[in-house]
Design a protein around this ligand. Structure first.
Ligand SMILES: Cc1cc2nc3c(=O)[nH]c(=O)nc-3n(C[C@H](O)[C@H](O)[C@H](O)COP(=O)(O)O)c2cc1C
Length: 200
């Protein structure tokens, strides 16, 4: 069976981003049943509804929406900016959510990893992101939660994850995400039918 296509969104645009290193580590740790690919968000023009309503929307928006739609699942790896989601990632969520009635995120299984050099592992960003995902109809894996604190000491000079305990935990997380995607892809249509059926 072909591996599941996991679109990965990194909330930092920084060249030496700890979150990007984490995304690469997750791609390497993931079971063979998952194929992770980072989808770039830094090139997306800021969302402006006029550009969807009027003439041609930016080509970068169209390509991004098509990539999200094609994915079997979505994985967010993000730092915290001022106790919330970085603007670049919020913009990507907004771009994918429109035009109205064509939300590319709809029905995707998802997961959230937050990474910070600070002590509380970007908890605020993780949960603000989850709030948006509820509205976008992305079913984010509840457990295990992944808040990676003290991240500056987890990678070696080549940018590889060098902490065995973190690696083992992330493997269990990716395995849980794999099971979550499998369970939801079978259940989604049945659940939706039940939710939309008229009450007898
Ligand atoms: C604008 C800005 C706001 C930040 N706010 C927070 C914050 O609220 N909480 C936190 O843990 N770190 C905060 N940081 C520090 C980031 O966690 C740190 O820069 C981290 O390395 C960013 O992730 P990256 O390495 O993937 O770029 C902030 C950094 C910036 C640039």
């Amino acid at each position: 069976m072909a591996p599941k296509d996991i679109a990965v969104f990194v909330g930092s645009l920084r060249k030496d981003s700890l979150n990007r290193k984490m995304a690469h580590a997750l791609a390497e740790i993931a079971p063979a049943s998952l194929a992770l690919q980072v989808v770039e968000i830094g090139q997306l023009p800021l969302y402006n509804a006029d550009r969807d309503d009027g003439e041609q929307p930016p080509a970068a928006w169209g390509a991004f929406r098509r990539r999200v739609r094609a994915a079997d699942a979505v994985l967010f790896v993000t730092p915290e900016y001022n106790r919330s989601v970085p603007g670049a990632l919020k913009n990507a969520l907004d771009v994918g959510s429109r035009p109205l009635g064509a939300n590319a995120w709809r029905g995707k299984p998802g997961a959230v990893v937050s990474v910070s050099p600070g002590a509380i592992g970007a908890f605020g960003a993780n949960h603000h992101l989850r709030q948006s995902l509820v509205f976008l109809d992305v079913a984010a894996l509840p457990q295990p939660e992944v808040y990676v604190g003290g991240a500056a000491s987890l990678f070696d000079a080549a940018g590889r994850l060098s902490n065995d305990g973190t690696r083992a935990f992330l493997l269990s997380f990716m395995q849980a995400f794999d099971r979550w995607i499998t369970a939801l892809s079978g259940a989604e249509s049945a659940v939706r039918e039940r939710l939309t059926a008229p009450v007898a």
